[in-house]
Design a binder for this molecule. Structure first.
Ligand code: C5P
Length: 225
């Protein structure tokens, strides 16, 4: 069993397409400096958890499994049409004895083990839901359906939220019972009225989404590795 006798599971939603990246293969299989995004995401989590369930793009399950054949902690399943469905599909395969579950985007390939440990540390200290977040540099406006600014939240109250996000297992299961779609899992937990702790995130845990992000990621890997 993992840290402090607690069973820690992790889910990696990796079923996104490569469309916005301009790639002809699924994003998780894009290679940066010799390693795929999914391998990088796994490395930041694996030493700290007891199992990882990867939600793979349909028809690429075998290819992703082949990257991890010698690791018994890792299981690959088929993802869904949207991120929340991929997480829900993986959640149904999580070990029933899991105490905590982390959810980590494959696309955040430079999130570090230190980030994973900050999230796990807050869970073990008693929080039921934990997300890493960084301050925003831009002024953010809420707009209406006609693209007119409606309001301007104070920047000091805003955080750009990343992954891994960590939850008490039973809370994440409850959050996904709604079957609702959301861009992160914490939003589903917030909808239950449960407090979500924000711990410091990392600028490099940015999600690789656009061709410009990919260029940034390649430069970062070449400089640091
Ligand atoms: O779509 P977005 O870039 O926000 O996706 C964040 C993460 O969710 C990515 O790691 C992506 O692979 C994953 N995803 C998924 N299933 C989908 C869509 C996205 O697992 N249907």
């Amino acid at each position: 069993m993992g840290i402090n006798g607690q069973f820690l599971s992790a889910i990696i939603p990796a079923a996104g397409s490569g469309d916005r990246l301009g790639a002809s293969i699924p994003k998780a299989l894009v290679v940066i400096n010799g390693k795929t995004l999914i391998q990088r995401a796994v490395e930041s989590i694996l030493p700290h958890v007891d199992e990882i369930i990867i939600a793979a793009p349909k028809e690429f399950e075998r290819e992703i499994s082949a990257l991890f054949t010698d690791n018994k902690k890792i299981k690959v399943i088929s993802g869904g049409e949207v991120r929340s469905k991929s997480v829900a599909a993986a959640l149904s395969q999580v070990n029933k004895n899991a105490d905590y579950i982390l959810v980590h985007d494959a696309a955040r390939c430079f999130s570090t083990q230190a980030q994973t440990m900050r999230v796990i540390g807050a869970l073990l200290a008693g929080d039921d839901a934990v997300v890493p977040g960084i301050e925003v540099v831009d002024t953010i406006k809420v707009i209406d359906s006609k693209s007119f600014a409606e309001s301007t939240p104070s920047r000091s109250t805003l955080r750009a939220v990343q992954t891994p996000q960590g939850f008490s297992a039973q809370i994440l299961h409850r959050a996904h019972q709604s079957g609702n779609d959301a861009t992160d899992d914490a939003a589903l937990v917030e909808a239950l009225g449960i407090a979500v702790r924000v711990v410091p995130g990392e600028p490099n845990a940015h999600k690789v989404t656009t061709p410009a992000d990919l260029e940034w990621a390649k430069r970062l890997a070449e400089t640091n590795e």
